[in-house]
Design a binder for this molecule. Structure first.
Ligand code: SF4
Ligand SMILES: [Zn+2]
Length: 302
């Protein structure tokens, strides 16, 4: 397996987006990585909100829900997962939770907006990934005072813990243009990714940046039969990860690969244990053999 980094500037100047090509792999591997990124890479999010004063015309639950969805910087190694915290057995303590506070009061003459930057954490390493996420608008002379508790969690528990705003992959596109074919400008214009460049001198089409192709097949439909062929190479996968700011994008992929590696090691260990038990426990062996017989019998009946 080989990994090639695509230039960041090719798709976006944002440091939160990363695209790379995995060669010599299977879609199943890319899908496992994608699913682990979504469900198992932990991030910090607000879990509990204690409203001390709320004179806004909004329910406390609504405010708490919005706070929970704010991505918080989670690039911290020394905060325990709450359910694995030996210090408190999951009750919540300073080794597995972070306290945050928010106090805002609008003036008598002006409406104001509460932003994510108004949240103040007890640990300076925890802060909103973006300062400008609007939490809510305040009318004149309104007040909001609250405390919140944040902790690590994973996407399989709640989507607010997902480290990405998007993650996905596609097969490597292979675009072949039949040499000598005369094209019309409409064919080039059919491409939503502007990959096909029309050369009106020769009525030909040139490719610019085929890696941007999303395999939509619009050009194939617009062109004369077999003059453009678009195929996918399933052994080469273009992987896209867009962090929501809670973790650097490279860390997300590395953590997911570590988790996948850990799962493979657990599986190998369980397999060894199972085969040792099979060898040494005659009762278990006869049980498995009778299960196998039942399965074969059922298959024969069907
Ligand atoms: S398949 Fe779609 S994106 Fe790719 S070149 Fe054709 S029209 Fe453009
Ligand atoms: Zn704890």
């Amino acid at each position: 397996m080989e990994v090639r980094q695509l230039p960041f500037s090719q798709y976006s100047d944002s440091h939160l987006i990363n695209r790379f090509i995995i060669t010599g792999t299977e879609p199943a591997f890319a899908n496992a990585l994608r699913r682990i990124i979504l469900a198992e890479v932990p991030t910090i999010a607000i879990e509990e909100v204690i409203i001390i004063e709320n004179t806004l015309p909004l329910f406390d639950e609504y405010i708490a829900h919005r706070l929970g969805l704010i991505p918080l910087n989670s690039d911290i190694d020394d905060l325990n997962m709450i359910d694995e915290c030996e210090n408190c057995d999951g009750a919540g303590c300073s080794q597995c939770t972070i306290g945050l506070g928010l106090t805002r009061e609008s003036g008598q003459d002006a409406t104001e907006t509460i932003y994510s930057s108004d949240l103040e954490a007890s640990d300076p390493r925890v802060y909103a990934a973006s300062d400008t996420i609007p939490i809510m608008k305040m009318g004149k002379g309104q007040r909001l005072i609250l405390e919140a508790i944040a902790r690590f969690g994973t996407g399989k528990e709640h989507a607010k813990f997902q480290p990405v705003s998007s993650v996905g992959y596609q097969y490597m596109p292979i675009i072949e243009i039949r040499p000598g074919t005369k094209f019309t400008k409409e064919v080039a214009d059919a491409c939503p990714r502007e990959i096909l460049e029309f050369d009106d001198k020769n009525s030909s089409i040139n490719l610019s940046n085929p890696l941007k192709c999303n395999l939509c097949m619009e050009c194939v439909v617009a062109a004369e039969k077999d003059s453009i062929i678009v195929r996918e190479d399933k052994n080469q996968i273009i992987f896209l990860v867009e962090s929501n700011g809670s973790l650097p994008v490279e860390n997300i992929v590395i953590k997911a690969a570590d988790i996948l590696h850990g799962k493979a090691e657990d599986f190998i260990e369980s397999l060894h244990t199972a085969s040792e038990e099979y060898e040494t426990d005659p009762k278990l062996r006869s049980k498995i053999i009778s299960f196998e017989r039942i399965a074969i019998q059922k298959e024969d009946e069907n």
